[in-house]
Design a protein around this ligand. Sequence first.
Ligand SMILES: C[S@@+](CC[C@H](N)C(=O)[O-])C[C@H]1O[C@@H](n2cnc3c(N)ncnc32)[C@H](O)[C@@H]1O
Length: 352
Amino acid sequence: MTGEVSERVLRNGVNDGFLVSEAAQPGTPGALALEQMQKIASGGNWRYIGSQPRGKMEIPAYYGEEGKRKKMGRFLMKLYYLLTIPISLGILLHSKRIHPAYRLTWWKKIVFGLRVVRNRHRLRTANSYKPLLVMALKLFELSPEVSGVVVECGTFKGGTAASLSLACKIVGRKLIVCDSFQGLPPRDSLDRFAAKYKPGDFCGSLDEVRANITKYGDIGSCEFVQGWFQDTLPHLDRKIVLAFIDVDLEASLNTCVLNLWPRLVDEGYVFIDEYMSTDYCALFFSERYWKENFNRNPPGIIGAGSGLALGEYYIGPWGERKDHPLQHATGSAYTRKSMSGYWAYYPSDARG
Ligand SMILES: C[S@@+](CC[C@H](N)C(=O)[O-])C[C@H]1O[C@@H](n2cnc3c(N)ncnc32)[C@H](O)[C@@H]1O
C-alpha cells in the first residue's frame, strides 16, 4: 500500500500504525479512521502526537491480508499475556526464602500480585508488572531485622511507586519517592543518553503522584523528596534496603549511585530499568568507577543487556526490536551490594 503519511499514533510509546493521506479529505474512510483514532488517543494509554508529514512512502498495511495477520499476531500476544499472568505470579512469588514474619500465604501473594497487574494497566508507566514482583520478592525475603527504607528515584506518574508501596506496607518499610516532579533535568553535555530525551520529559507533578498512590497503593508508606537528585540525595540520610533507579539519563544514574550506594545495607539491592543498554549498564562493571568512588571491585549487574529472563522472548539488540514483533523485553536488572562483577579477567591477576 502506498500513500502519504499524514498522521501517526503511538500507544505505550510504540509506533502503532499510520493513517494515509485520505485522512485529510473529509468524508473519506481515512478521515473517519482519523476521527476514531483521535477519540481513542484522548483517553487511556494512547498518546496522539499529531501531524507528521513524511511524504510518499511504503506504508505498513493496516487493512487487508497484512492487517489481518497483524491483528492476529496482537491477539495471540494478548492471549499469551493473559494466560501467563497466573503462571508468572506463581513462579515469581514462589520462594523458600520469604521471611515467615510477613505471614505471606498464597492467597495474600496472589491478591498482592493481582493488584500489581491491575496497577500496571490503570496507571501510565512503561514498566511491566514482572520486575515489580521481583523487587517485591526481594523485599519479602529480607529479614525485618535488617532496618532500612526502599527508595524509588524517578517516579513519573507514580505507576511503579504505587505497587512498591503495597509491598512496603506488607514488610513495614517506608518508600521514599524521589523526583524533580517536573520531568527530566537539562541536558548534561557528557551524558551519552541525553540526546534521546528533552528536559521536562516524563513529568508527573507531586499532586498527581500522590493521588495515584492514594488510589492504587498505600500512601501511608510513602515519603516524598522533591528536587533535582544532586540537591536532594546527598541529604537522604537513611539506610536503604532496596533502590529502584529509573531515571533514563546516565548523568542522573551516576548521581543516584554515588549518593545511594554508601547507604545501601550489605544485603541491599539496586534495580535499574535501562537494562537493555549495555553502555548504560557499563557503570556497574567499570573497574575505574568503583575503585575511585568506592575503593572496591564493581558489583556487576544481573540482567544487563537483555533484562532478567521473565518469561518473554527477547533476543535483541534493542534497536532492532521492531523487526521482531513477537519478541518483548519484559525486564529489569539488579545488583546487590555484596555482588562482584569484575570485568577485566586475566588468569594471572584474577582476584576473589
Ligand atoms: C522514566 S521516568 C520514571 C518512570 C517510573 N519509574 C515509572 O515506573 O513509571 C524518569 C523520571 O526520572 C526523573 N528524573 C530523572 N533525572 C532526574 C534528576 N536528575 N533529578 C530529579 N528527577 C529526575 C524524571 O522527573 C522522571 O519522573
